[in-house]
Design a protein around this ligand. Structure first.
Ligand SMILES: Cc1ncc(COP(=O)(O)O)c(C=O)c1O
Length: 425
């Protein structure tokens, strides 16, 4: 059944939730999910040693609660990874909190602490992940949100100039998503250090959302700051780093003072003992991956590490293969005039000049009505003005159908790109 097309009079998150209800609530036998979220684990598996840890936890004979920030051992292992990654010895377990509720909760918690009195100013560039704008509107409506409109020429990342010109004593927090959802582009180390030092001049918190950090393609610069700035907050999540949105778990690096409220524990959920083995192994392996010549003695350790590395790298290669395949085909579509080449991840952001288009929000509804293909318009990432940027998510098999949810129709990249091109032409 063809649905009525809704006009874009609502805000980014309302558009997003309207589209998700439409996509999930309408049965279509030709449904193809390019809007994101579900990850087929047969195509993007977790390394064997991590699955073994999950198994062990389930069959373990001890169940129980964990202190709200995670165990000291796990926090130490994460601090060690962060010190190795940033080539800096600044973090101890006191800087680390496991976050049930994942990056979403970590960002929300940081906002609650920084804007505890519902005053001050947040600086954010757009397009960006939709949560910060929506959280401010719902929970901290008196905080002024200052928006930087980033440009396609700068890969939709805020420029240093834009940050310098918009940051002031009033700015309590600057939200930086690196790599950026939706463009899959990242600030270089140098840019990141500059941004943090500008913020430090004003005493502004920097919330560095690194949710997509581990998805950079090999050979691209891996952005990572060595800054000692005490108001730097780093956020990571297993939902992207290991393709496990079902864990709903992330971590946060911040000053012990900022984490203090969480350490009181009672108000917050438990991080889940069941995941501790998985996290410990994952963080140890990630740390080894950072070393040029990891010293491993036992054969079992060596083979575990080899499998870990190969599985992670192969998942990223599959993302890259999908994205490159899609780019190649979309370049031949006469109504697509700009494609932003990502440096990592499984999403592709492109611009269409499809004739008669009124808004991206309307376009994706028409696309869904006509073909069963779901995509997201730039407006759900807070873009206004030019309406016709779109994001497609390609975490699927290239040309074999996947069925991941019982009863859900099939999705694969080749088929979806074909539908998209046919619709746009
Ligand atoms: C940039 C970015 N930050 C945070 C999140 C939220 O992550 P989580 O689902 O782990 O809370 C997402 C999810 O898509 C994201 O893309």
């Amino acid at each position: 059944m063809t649905q009525k097309i809704k006009k874009p009079e609502c805000e980014p998150y309302q558009q997003f939730s309207y589209l998700m209800n439409l996509f999930h609530g309408t049965y279509r036998s030709d449904y193809t999910n390019f809007a994101g979220a579900s990850i087929p684990l047969d195509v993007f598996p977790n390394p064997e040693c991590l699955i073994e840890e999950l198994h062990k936890s389930i069959t373990n004979n001890v169940a129980g609660y964990v202190s709200s920030l995670g165990t000291k051992e796990i926090r130490e292992i994460i601090a060690n990874y962060e010190n190795t990654r940033t080539n800096n010895e600044r973090y101890s377990f006191e800087n680390v909190a496991l976050i049930p509720g994942s990056a979403t909760e970590a960002i929300s918690y940081a906002f609650d602490r920084i804007f505890h009195d519902n005053k001050g100013e947040l600086l954010i560039s757009l397009p960006n992940y939709w949560l910060p704008l929506e959280y401010m509107k719902r929970k901290l409506p008196k905080v002024a949100v200052r928006k930087i409109h980033a440009t396609a020429e700068n890969n939709f990342l805020p420029s240093i100039e834009q940050i310098r010109n918009n940051l002031s004593e009033k700015t309590r927090a600057l939200f930086i998503c690196n790599p950026l959802n939706p463009s899959g582009r990242a600030h270089s180390n140098e840019e990141l250090e500059k941004i943090i030092s500008i913020a430090a001049q004003h005493g502004t918190y920097v919330i560095l959302d690194e949710s997509c950090y581990d998805q950079m393609y090999p050979g691209n610069k891996t952005p990572c700051t060595q800054s000692n700035y005490e108001k730097l907050i780093i956020i990571r999540t297993w939902s992207k780093d290991r393709g496990r949105p079902d864990f709903n778990l992330g971590y946060m690096i911040a000053s012990p003072e900022l984490l203090e409220e969480r350490s009181k524990g009672v108000l917050y959920d438990d991080p889940g003992r069941i995941f501790l083995g998985f996290i410990k192994k994952d963080m140890q392996m990630r740390t080894l991956m950072l070393k040029e010549k990891p010293s491993l003695e036992k054969d079992k350790e060596k083979s575990e590490f080899k499998d870990y590395k190969e599985t992670i790298n192969s998942n990223i290669s599959t993302f890259r293969r999908n994205v490159e395949y899609a780019m190649k085909r979309l370049r031949s579509c006469k109504n697509i005039d700009q494609i932003l080449e990502p440096e990592g991840g499984f999403t592709l952001f492109f611009h269409t000049n499809h004739p008669g288009i009124q808004s991206g929000f309307q376009l994706v509804q028409e696309l869904f009505n006509a073909t069963g293909l779901t995509a997201l318009p730039g407006s759900v990432f807070g873009m206004n003005g030019d309406p016709t940027w779109m994001r497609i998510s390609l975490a699927w098999e290239l040309n074999k159908p996947n069925t991941i949810d019982k009863g859900a129709p099939k999705t694969y990249v080749d088929d979806g790109i074909g539908k998209l091109i046919e619709f746009l032409e």
